[in-house]
Design a protein around this ligand. Structure first.
Ligand code: NG6
Ligand code: CA
Length: 506
């Protein structure tokens, strides 16, 4: 028997040796070995923050290189205007508003991903990938009563990551320690960690009672336990040796990500590199202090850009750049004052974190969820700009398709060709979420249902999108969402309401 077609050869070979073919099947589908996948995920980085997205005062050469050497999406969305829900959607391919627990979580919250749930790292593991996460987690840990001095589970290692080096929640929440594969790194067992989000431990200093101990003062909230001269959300006792040094966090996560790449370069790997910048508290390493001229918020964006450059250098040095799909995005839109007096407002100057968009973090307006979104694969993706509507939700099904997996996320569309720049057709519509409210984007239209809450969160100075009436904007002519067309285009509004509600109920 002579068969020259390689796929046929493969089929015959498989039918002879059955189960042994999974890996080979993947290779056949992608014509070569499956690429490594690196998702770099910033925290609170806005649509207008990168040079490639129009920033002029802030210099982001490394991210610009990625954006200009890959596909720069102009209609790329996070699933939510806050962190936890977006991260939930990214890893599960499920709309976060389907899960009541997908809200901004305290550091003591239990894991909100069911360990039986299919996740992006799990499906990649099934395809033979090694999987790792470095950076911010914020999806809960344990089952509700974590002992921080024991193995902390379930967590990332129980939902698909072979390796994890994380912070539990946010940089402004306790516990302020790194957790390595479920164990607090550098923990001295004679100095156990206790965490409480309701009351303080006797004798422990707080930002509220001891403001003289602070090097960065809170503007709102953030007045509980003091760690490294910065008061946080929540109370913590013990764990002195394990506490992170905020100014070293970027270097620490970068080093872990680089080590991960180097130690897994001989097998396909998935690295989820979840940067902590520019979320509060903004604590650039001294090397970056003053580099942006915009105070710590700008400086940590410069620092994050440098980290991305270093990571790409590592991929290049290891000869992996042409076999690695890199995705860069942000978990939600920007906020300037998010709770600390850090000069972010005073030194912002002309910089527009959201670019031309209205709103910001926490908002149903565009800036809440429309974020920088870049795909880069040297030699495979032809550089370009795409206005296709894409959501971070879609990464799960699209990456599954890329690797030959048949897994798909419930709300995740296979947009592989869009992400690879082969087509500019994206999804038709997407529901976005912000602090438990939802809105609808369809084609050029954005529709926000009526909500009772306050219109502006004055603490962060962001318009939340609330109004007593329906809002309808045509983003093609009115990207800034200034002209509510709900009354003048009732037919568009009615159609959108019914299609939006149908998805909500699905
Ligand atoms: C808010 C915090 C804010 C930030 C946010 C979570 C206050 C007053 N504000 O509650 O500083 O931590 O939660 O951000 O506490 S996120 O990007 O992780 O969603
Ligand atoms: Ca965030």
């Amino acid at each position: 028997m002579k068969i020259s077609n390689p796929i046929l050869t493969f089929a015959v070979f498989c039918s002879l040796s059955l189960g042994a073919c999974k890996k080979t099947a993947t290779s056949q589908k992608t014509a070569s070995a499956p690429p490594n996948i690196v998702i770099i995920y910033a925290d609170d980085l806005g649509y207008g923050e990168l040079g490639a997205y129009g920033a002029t005062n802030l210099k982001t050469p490394n991210l610009d290189k990625l954006a200009n050497g890959g596909i720069r999406f102009t209609n790329g969305y996070a699933s939510s205007a806050t962190c936890t829900p977006s991260r939930y959607a990214l890893l599960t391919g499920i709309y976060p508003w389907r899960n009541q627990r997908a809200k901004i979580l305290p550091g003591t919250a239990p894991l909100i991903i069911d360990t039986a749930q299919m996740t992006l790292p799990k499906l990649l593991k099934q395809e033979g990938y090694h999987t790792g996460i470095v950076g911010k987690w914020h999806l809960g840990l344990g089952n509700g009563n974590v002992d921080w001095n024991q193995y902390i589970a379930p967590g990332p290692n129980e939902v698909g990551f072979d390796q994890s080096y994380i912070m539990a929640a946010t940089q402004d929440r306790v516990p302020t320690v790194y957790i390595k594969n479920g164990r607090v790194d550098n923990l001295d067992p004679t100095d156990p960690i206790e965490i409480n989000y309701v009351e303080n431990f006797e004798g422990e200093v707080t930002g509220k009672e001891n403001p003289e101990l602070l090097k960065m003062k809170p503007s709102h909230g953030h007045d509980n336990s003091i760690v490294n001269g910065i008061s946080r959300i929540g109370y913590m006792k013990g764990g002195a040796d394990a506490k992170w040094i905020d100014e070293d966090m970027a270097d620490q996560f970068l080093a872990k990500a680089q080590t991960y790449i180097k130690s897994h370069k001989t097998e396909p790997f998935f690295l989820y590199y979840a940067l902590q910048q520019p979320h509060v508290p903004r604590t650039p390493h001294p090397r970056f202090v003053g580099t942006s001229g915009m105070g710590p918020r700008g400086d940590v964006i410069v620092e994050a850009d440098w980290c991305v450059g270093e990571l790409i250098n590592t991929l290049e040095e290891e000869g992996l750049l042409e076999n690695t799909l890199i995705v860069f995005s942000s978990d939600n839109g920007p906020v300037v004052d998010d709770g600390y007096h850090d000069d972010s407002v005073e030194k912002l100057g002309d910089h527009k974190p959201a670019g031309p968009l209205r709103g910001g973090k926490y908002s149903l307006f565009e800036a809440g969820t429309r974020v920088p979104f870049i795909t880069y694969w040297k030699g495979t993706i032809q550089p370009g700009v795409s206005n296709a509507l894409v959501s971070q939700l879609d990464l799960l099904s699209s990456i599954a398709a890329l690797t030959g997996s048949t897994e798909r996320g419930r709300d995740s569309e296979d947009l592989l060709d869009t992400f690879l720049g082969k087509t500019k057709i994206g999804r038709k519509e997407v529901i976005i979420e912000a602090t438990s409210r939802t809105a609808f984007r369809q084609g050029d239209w954005a529709m926000i249902p009526p909500y009772n809450g306050r219109r502006v969160n004055t603490q962060v100075n962001i318009e939340l999108g609330n109004d007593t009436i329906y809002q309808l904007y045509n983003l093609k002519d009115d990207l800034e969402q200034q002209n509510n067309l709900a009354e003048s285009r009732p037919e568009v509004l009615a159609k959108m309401i019914s299609e939006y509600e149908a998805i909500l109920l699905k």
